[in-house]
Design a protein around this ligand. Structure first.
Ligand SMILES: [Zn+2]
Length: 296
């Protein structure tokens, strides 16, 4: 399972990635986490990144790609990975493709978790976080409570979850992601997943798309049970095709016969005329009282 995840803030991308990771044992690889981790561990690339960040500059794609390359070489990524937060533009997507080709691990799919803007706004604006345990809640499921049901800490709203900021965040996301969607669609890798509804149903759709299954698991079961029937159908179809071919051959023969019919008819008619002439000759000869002249 080698996938890139695309999804707006509030699309539930993180939750779904965690579930894929838990079920399939493939690591979720986020470029932000990689950077923080490399800096914290003081690796060569981490030190480079640290220097760049301390100089107030953006970490270059080369450094991020290097981190991704190192990360994917670890044993836990042997069965695949879920890339999150990278690439963010077409250039990065091109570099990523080259890197994955190079290590022989090309992408299986790019999953786009599709959620309507109104739903995103509602989810993000309603988000409340517990400062003690870090649990993320939504006001719609809190029934008016303003404290954490676990230990009673006062919940808070992240500054960038305020409504006026959310609109801007979603705009930035759309502007950034649209070219990537087009890019991966062109490569035939993009799979759009309806991201609204029950968490389990969304996960089922994510799984189906990630595993390149053409049908959801329930439908696959049904079709497996019907395999013998399918064989019969195939047999019947073959028989019908054979019959059709036979009929076609027959029709062709009849057509050919019809085409040559005038010739045959003429020949037959000529033969009849000749016979009649012979008989008439015999009769007239008998009438004349003498034997017909024999052919020599
Ligand atoms: Zn709490």
């Amino acid at each position: 399972m080698r996938i890139v995840l695309l999804g707006a803030p509030g699309s539930g991308k993180g939750t779904q990635a965690q579930r894929l990771q838990a079920k399939y044992g493939v690591p979720q690889v986020s470029s932000g986490d990689l950077l923080r981790d490399a800096v914290a561990r003081g690796t060569e690339l981490g030190l480079k990144a640290k220097a760049v960040m301390e100089a107030g500059q953006l970490v270059s794609d080369d450094i991020v790609l290097g981190l991704i390359r190192d990360r994917l070489a670890r044993p836990d990524a042997a069965n695949g990975f879920i890339l999150d937060g990278f690439p963010r533009n077409e250039d990065q997507a091109n570099s990523l493709n080259a890197l994955l080709e190079d290590i022989g691990q090309p992408l299986d799919a790019v999953l786009l978790l599709d959620v309507r803007r109104e739903t995103l706004m509602q989810r993000l604006a309603g988000r409340r976080i517990c400062p003690k345990c870090g649990t993320v809640y939504n006001v719609h499921s809190l029934n008016g409570a303003t404290t954490c049901p676990r230990e009673g800490a006062e919940l808070f709203q992240r500054p960038d979850d305020k409504e006026e900021v959310i609109g801007r965040r979603l705009e930035v996301y759309e502007k950034q992601t649209q070219p990537l969607i087009a890019y991966y669609a062109k490569l035939g890798l993009l799979r759009t997943i309806a991201g609204e509804g029950e968490l389990d149903s969304v996960f089922e759709r994510m799984e189906a798309a990630a595993l390149a299954k053409p049908l959801p698991p329930s439908s696959v079961k049904v079709s497996t049970a019907k395999v013998p029937k399918k064989k019969v159908v195939v047999k019947a179809a073959r028989k019908a095709a054979k019959k059709t071919r036979k009929v076609a051959v027959k029709t062709a023969k009849v057509k050919a016969a019809r085409k040559s019919a005038p010739k045959a008819k003429r020949a037959k008619a000529a033969a009849r005329t000749a016979k009649r002439a012979k008989v008439a000759k015999k009769q007239s000869a008998r009438k004349a009282g003498r034997k017909p002249a024999r052919k020599k």
